[in-house]
Every structure is written in structure tokens, then in C-alpha cells.
Design a protein around this ligand. Sequence first.
Ligand SMILES: Cc1cc2nc3c(=O)[nH]c(=O)nc-3n(C[C@H](O)[C@H](O)[C@H](O)COP(=O)(O)OP(=O)(O)OC[C@H]3O[C@@H](n4cnc5c(N)ncnc54)[C@H](O)[C@@H]3O)c2cc1C
Length: 377
Amino acid sequence: MNFDVGEVEKQLCERIKGLLSADTGVDLIQPEGDRMQEVRTTTVRWLTSLGREGYLTPGVMDGRNSVSLVVIQEQLAALAPSLFLSVEASTRIFGRLIAAYGTSTQREAILPGLTSGQLIGAAALSEEGMNIENDPLNTTAVPSTDGFRVTGSKGHVVNAALADWIAVAGKIDGEPETAFFLIEKGSKGLLIGDRLATLGYEGAVISPLRLEDCPVPSTHVIRPIDGNNALKTVRLWEDQVLTAASLGLMRRAFDGAAAHAKAHQSGGKPIIAYQEVGFKLAEMLTLFQTSQLLAYRAAWMSESGDREANALASCAKVFCAESAEKIASEALQILGGKGYLRGNPAEEGYRDAKYLQIAGTSTEISRMKIGDAVLAY
Ligand SMILES: Cc1cc2nc3c(=O)[nH]c(=O)nc-3n(C[C@H](O)[C@H](O)[C@H](O)COP(=O)(O)OP(=O)(O)OC[C@H]3O[C@@H](n4cnc5c(N)ncnc54)[C@H](O)[C@@H]3O)c2cc1C
């Protein structure tokens, strides 16, 4: 196992830090009326800057996680949590799908724009009222003269209202495997719902969508090839992104709490001098460091193609997401009344944390998958 991070990644982390700390209003625009065009312009501006720095390409073409990728993801997730979700949904989820399973024409048409930040992508997998682990997808395509007509709905989709392309998971009538339909912005029959008001990650644009007899040419379909497991793989990528988001959340919460504990005085001394506060920080650091190690190990196993890589990815997702909630809670406690006020990183992290246990493969289902993997050992 090699956790060395090369000079290239270290420099990229520094450049991301420089890029984002220069702008305090970085973390996208929170819902307030209909300002979608403004959010899109801001998102493209950030995507383009990140693309120029080389942030958008690692792991896209080969679909594999790596320790160095997790390190740079953690950096962005700590500095701008909502921007991170938006960027990763576009590149490390949608982009990877196109790179790994798309046709050469689809790759040529979409990937250059996506990895340079000019285009935004989204992936619509889960459907409202059912879990894709338990039930077949309801979104269905029926053949038409030049391709398919697709009908279905998706409950929550990051970037749906901003995206140039949305990959919608569904079934071709009569075929058992999942296909992906690449729907271009403005397509007939594509209806994007209002931006959802969420508990956390409020800067990310999350909306439901509906396809009503939406015409999709066959050139815009990623068909199942030899019973491929594209849906399973895309879910794994989602979980890897959410693991990195958890690391970023922990770093942001820990750094903020530690700085506050050293600077804030109570009873004539900095609160870190009180053992109770010091112990909290010790526990937080231990959880954070353990999470980091597990996430790096899972990434390293993915990079080296280990057969247990998927089970480890689930272990890392569960542990990091649950640790993130604990750390966010303790960070808020250390900030006291100040932490409870709206609009500071401690309370934001506390609200964001719950998402990480629900989204992608939920912690309950992840545990079941880990159990199944153990059974097969
Ligand atoms: C803010 C936000 C953004 C999202 N963005 C996207 C996106 O961009 N693209 C996308 O495709 N999806 C997206 N999602 C959907 C997300 O992936 C799902 O919410 C998630 O997969 C959980 O599914 P569910 O909401 O249907 O919950 P359910 O599956 O209904 O689960 C409800 C509860 O029951 C438990 N449960 C369900 N089945 C089992 C089981 N078999 N065993 C044990 N426990 C079980 C779950 O763990 C959970 O605790 C987003 C969700 C949110 C909240």
C-alpha cells in the first residue's frame, strides 16, 4: 500500500486553495427566487478555472479512484462543499459514465467540454418512492423510428437545472439491463422541476425531473453491452465522491473548531485549556485521521484493481459519513452559541452531514452489501 502523494497533486492542492481562498463567496448561490442563469454562470466560471488547473480530469478516463484523487477532492470539498458536489456530479459521475461506457462519438462530443469546464453534466438514477437497490427502474424507453421515446421521473438530481447533458438511467422495454439515455438541455419532453430546498448543501442545485415521451435518438443511448454493470458502477462512483465529501466536511469542521478553541477565551483562558474541550478535539482528530486512512486504502485498492475494492469502498463510505456527522456535531458544540447561529461552517457542516449517510448507497444498504461481501470471502 502506497499513500505517497506526488508533487503534481501537492501543487494542484495548493493551486485549488489559492483559487478558492481568493474568493470568499465561492460556495455557489443559495436558493432565493429564480436565479438559475446566475448559478449556471458561476458554476461554469468555477468549472473552467478548475479545469484550467487540471482538477477535472483525474480518474475520469479510467473510472478508478486513486489516493491522489481523493486528496485533491478532499481539498475542494473542505473549501467549497456545494461546489464540490456540483463539480463531481458533472465529472466523476456523469463524465466517468461517458468515458467508460459511451460510444466514441459520445466521448468526442461531450468529454472535451466537460473536462475543460465548459459543459455541465448530471446523472439521474434514483426514482422517487422506490430504492434502486430493491426495485427495478420505472423509467422506460420504447423503440421509435429513429431511436426511443422515454418516460419516467427522478426525484433528486444534482445539476439537473444547470446541465447541458443529463444521463437518465432506465430500461429499454423488454431488456433486463439498465441503459442510460443522454438527454440534451432543452429536449422536447424533458421537464425540470423547481429547485429543491434542502437541509444542507444548499448551494448545490438539486431538482426533480420528468421525461414525458421524450424522443432520444439511438446515438444518444448507452446500451447495456454484454450484461455490463453500468448502474452498479455508477453507484460505486457516487459513493466514492460522497466519501471524499465526508473527508472535506471533517477537515473543515475540525480546523474551524480547533482554531476557535485556541482563540476563544472563557474564564480567562482559551477553551482548549479545558480538558473536556481538548478531549473532544482529540476524539475528532482520531476519527478524522482514521477516516482518511480508510478512504485512502479504499482508493488504493480501487487503483490497484483489488477484488475486495468495492467492499472496502462501502466500508469507507459508511465510516466516513458517520464520522463526519459526529465531528460536525462536536465542532458545533465547541463553537457554542456562535456555532448555533445560521451562516457559519460549523452549523453548515452539521446540516450537510446527514446527506452523506442518505445519498448514494445509504449506510443501511451499504452495511448489507458489506455483509454480503463478507459472506462471499
Ligand atoms: C440532496 C440530494 C441529492 C441527490 N442527488 C441525486 C442525484 O444527483 N442523482 C441521483 O440519481 N440521485 C440523487 N439523490 C437520491 C439519493 O441517491 C437517494 O435519496 C438515496 O439513494 C436513498 O434513496 P431514497 O431516498 O429513495 O430512500 P429509501 O430507499 O426510500 O430509503 C429510506 C430509508 O430506508 C432504508 N432502506 C431502504 N431499503 C433498505 C433495505 N433494503 N435494507 C435496509 N434499509 C433500507 C434506507 O437506508 C433509508 O434509511 C439525491 C438525494 C438527495 C437527498
